[in-house]
Design a protein around this ligand. Structure first.
Ligand code: NAD
Ligand code: TDX
Length: 349
């Protein structure tokens, strides 16, 4: 199977490529990534010479390039490429619309054209299915919960931030291409991920790395917003199941009942590092800050047999250890040195 992975130099994409190459000897990966500030080839350093991994530096918005990749044959697409940070989308939504919406449309167009040309757009049964398009989405498209309930696949779309609105737009486009062109699309909506190689602007790596540097830890609002945490490896296993057994036109929620307040998460990190809670600084809240997310994963559990393997406590301890052991990885990012390196290698990013 020739798999086009977009955004494979980012956090989840790089973990997915490492995972799938090891789990599936029949899979070859073409990794298309623009190397924005969040893309980092160091995330894939151990796979640089892997015979089943090819890296292409490029933009999913580039129709010509995407068309050329499809013309060489693609059996499945997993679209991770996105602008992914809510706070950045509040400062400037433009790159979010460009990549998350227009970029997804470019990929869908190329996939639909290829699907028609090669297979006449006909539906084919499960194991024969020659093309599938997985749109990697997020629970944030459902908006915020109160203190009760969980998001199901039927929950209404009520995105609150420019980021989540752009992801919701992409989901609707993907479903429309299924409906209109018969393209076998599957949408996955996962809760907050954590694990190795996560860019240190996101809560968990930001707090771990700042605590290691004895820097203040900015806690938005009252610190009681709830996120539903899932180890990135459990997300990757869910995507593998969806890739091979997901039903076209369906949506699968992914989450492991890992609800914690931000304050709880940061207190555990500080305890694991032996650092004082006095490092926590309550700061101005994020505008439009969603209060609570919680996923009901019963559909993917029932249909595909998925269950998380990591507990939050064990997964977080392992993640803290990874950041302790890989100081040079995040110190280079935080110092901006890797940006200079990429600018030299690839020009303006
Ligand atoms: P990330 O920011 O770490 O990585 C994004 C990657 O996409 C980077 O390598 C970047 O260079 C690349 N990219 C950005 N614009 C591109 C473009 N125009 N063309 C090609 N490549 C481009 O993000 P992540 O946390 O790994 O998230 C991956 C996907 O998973 C996103 O679609 C995100 O919405 C979704 N998601 C993330 C989480 C989470 O907790 N991190 C949870 C659910 C869903
Ligand atoms: O400095 C901080 N202080 C703080 O209190 C940061 C960066 C975050 N927070 C809070 C805001 C959220 O309640 O922590 C929580 C998690 O924040 P983020 O790590 O920015 O994640 P979130 O906004 O929940 O979005 C993430 O999960 C869903 C990813 O960034 C998205 O890409 C994914 O779709």
């Amino acid at each position: 199977m020739k798999l086009l992975v977009t955004g494979g130099a980012g956090f989840i994409g790089s973990n997915f490529i490492r995972y799938i190459l090891q789990a599936r000897p029949g899979v070859t990966v073409i990794n298309l990534d623009k190397l924005t500030y969040a893309g980092n080839l160091e995330n894939l350093a151990d796979l640089a010479d892997h015979p089943r991994h090819a890296f292409i530096h490029g933009d999913i918005c580039d129709r010509r390039l995407v068309g050329e990749i499809f013309s060489r044959g693609v059996d499945a697409v997993i679209n991770f490429a996105a602008e992914s940070h809510v706070d950045r989308s509040i400062m400037d939504a433009s790159p979010f619309i460009e990549t998350n919406v227009r970029g997804t449309q470019v990929l869908l167009d190329a996939a639909a054209e290829y699907w028609k040309e090669r297979f006449g757009g006909r539906a084919v049964a499960g194991s024969e299915r020659p093309v599938i398009f997985i749109q990697v989405s997020t629970d944030e498209v459902y908006g915020s919960l109160g203190s009760e309930g969980r998001f199901t696949e039927e929950s209404p779309l009520k995105p609150s931030s420019p980021y989540s609105a752009s992801k919701a737009a992409a989901d609707l486009l993907a479903l429309a291409y299924h409906h209109t062109h018969g393209l076998p699309v599957v949408i996955t909506r996962c809760s907050n991920n954590y694990g190795p190689y996560q860019f240190p602007e996101k809560l968990i790596p930001l707090m771990i790395t700042s605590a290691l540097e004895d820097k203040p830890l900015p806690m938005y609002g009252d610190g009681l917003n709830v996120r539903d945490w899932l180890h990135v490896e459990d997300h990757c296993r869910a995507l593998e199941l969806v890739l091979f057994r997901g039903r076209p036109g369906e949506i699968y929620n992914i989450g492991g009942h890992g609800e914690r307040t931000n304050l709880e998460v940061v207190r555990v990190i500080l305890k694991l590092l032996g650092k004082p809670e006095s490092l926590i600084r309550f700061v101005k809240d994020r505008p439009g800050h969603d209060r609570r997310y919680a996923i009901d994963p019963s559909k993917i559990t029932r249909e595909l047999g998925w269950r998380p393997r990591h507990t939050f406590e064990e997964g977080l301890a392992a993640t803290v250890e990874w950041y302790k052991q890989n100081r040079s990885w995040w110190e280079r990012i935080k110092s901006g040195a890797y940006r200079e390196y990429y600018q030299k290698m690839y020009g303006a990013i």
